[in-house]
Design a protein around this ligand. Sequence first.
Ligand code: GTP
Length: 570
Amino acid sequence: MEAVQFPAAASRHFTAAASPSLSIAKSHSNSKSSARFCSSWSGSNLSASLSSRNLFTREIWCWVNSKSVTTRKEMRGIVRAEMFGQLTGGLEAAWNKLKGEEVLTKENIVEPMRDIRRALLEADVSLPVVRRFVQAVSEQAVGVGLIRGVKPDQQLVKIVHDELVKLMGGEVSELVFAKSGPTVILLAGLQGVGKTTVCAKLALYLKKQGKSCMLVAGDVYRPAAIDQLVILGEQVKVPVYAAGTDIKPAEIAKQGLEEAKKKNIDVVIVDTAGRLQIDKGMMDELKDVKRALNPTEVLLVVDAMTGQEAAALVTTFNVEIGITGAILTKLDGDSRGGAALSVKEVSGKPIKLVGRGERMEDLEPFYPDRMAGRILGMGDVLSFVEKAQEIMRQEDAEDLQKKIMSAKFDFNDFLKQTRAVAKMGSMTRVIGMIPGMSKVTPAQVREAEKNLKIMEAMIEAMTPEERENPELLAESPVRRKRIAQESGKTEQQVSQLVAQLFQMRVRMKNLMGAMEGGSMPALNNLEEALKAEQKAPPGTARRKRKSGSRRQFVESSSERPSPRGFGARN
Ligand SMILES: Nc1nc2c(ncn2[C@@H]2O[C@H](COP(=O)(O)OP(=O)(O)OP(=O)(O)O)[C@@H](O)[C@H]2O)c(=O)[nH]1
């Protein structure tokens, strides 16, 4: 059992006699398991902002989950409910079959290729696509030869990765904008796929790129759809053109476009009516609207969870009305991946954007290479960098890094960072985007979010001075008692929070130190740092360092935890 530790200066004020009930213990096995789980996180040569943010998120995760985090091995067994989780698991079986092999041969890839085929079929990728894919991978795998330092399973992962990227269209397919006048984007799709929601999400996405937008309510069969669009328009602060349900959609579209021209709007997004299934009436109506608008983009909105059916729909709509691409919604709930993998190959039309959640911010470009990375369980690092950079200004990032390095990270920083992380999306997504942390169960994420709320409540009850100097809290049971009362939590919870901040300071400093100093070598350092922390019973590593360098300890005693446990006898 590890006694929670406070800085030397602060711990002088604690004795077992003075505060016996405040002795907080943390199970060693828990800290071990979280360290083990955390060690699966692998860094990369990313910017300072990413490093510190990534580190922070990971630390928060380990911190709030010290009770529920499981080992990496256990993680593997957990039902993969997250995006593409099922496919990722299926492919893992293929790599595992190659463990211990020296080189890829015609014989030893038979089994892994069978696993890949099975995984893709289970992911609901269409059969002809699977056949072509497996053939392409097999041909390359056999011809690849021996590469020094690269294991056969790694070689196969690389080949599969590159083929997945090709399958999904290779490059990002950007939206096209009109050279003059408003760009018109016509959205089509079956009922309930998320079309109306996409209208507003797309407007917000384009607004962030500096474009003015207008929404046009063209679904005249469902009055509620018009109301929904108006509400969503208000939410994203974009005007909505609605003309009721008594006129033809093509007429509404024309009027909407005229209105947009008058107002010098850059992009007009037109919502249309969905049907339960494809019918002639819907197609004719869409053709009329398309003729009336001459849109720059005609995008079919499809639900990712319908798998290869989504690809078939894109083909049909393209043949019938001519479309420029697809928007794949509800990718966040898609554990199979069949739609993402099939649409381009089956229909010839690219997926331009994906919806990954119900919030208005949850729409982003479709990056085939990042998707491939996710499918293979590598984590969507680049999406994370982009999101992190969007939220965190460079100066903030540098500030945070400095604070981490000097172990001055305080409760203000903690609040600021958790809130910034929250802005990046739901915890599920943020966690999922950190390499090695994608296999976290929704239940664990919910638990983490709950724990974060408890922590926030306690921090909010602190005075600005206490937030800035956690030492004040470590020294004063009276302050901790007050915070417990004000936040409605127990004194033990408050003490634990304070103690954890000091532990986090040291750990983050060590890890950040390990990450600094280069790209790939830093990875090894990080792994080593994590392993060392995992091996050593909590506190021992620090104790050894202290005895080795007394002077150094004295100099930095206010920054590091005391070798004495909180509540330990003096
Ligand atoms: N999880 C998740 N839910 C989504 C996503 N996109 C849309 N939804 C949800 O899907 C439901 C249907 O969305 P709508 O926008 O009303 O669908 P629609 O296609 O306009 O439906 P009709 O107007 O009936 O044709 C709503 O509850 C949305 O919040 C997404 O990317 N992820």
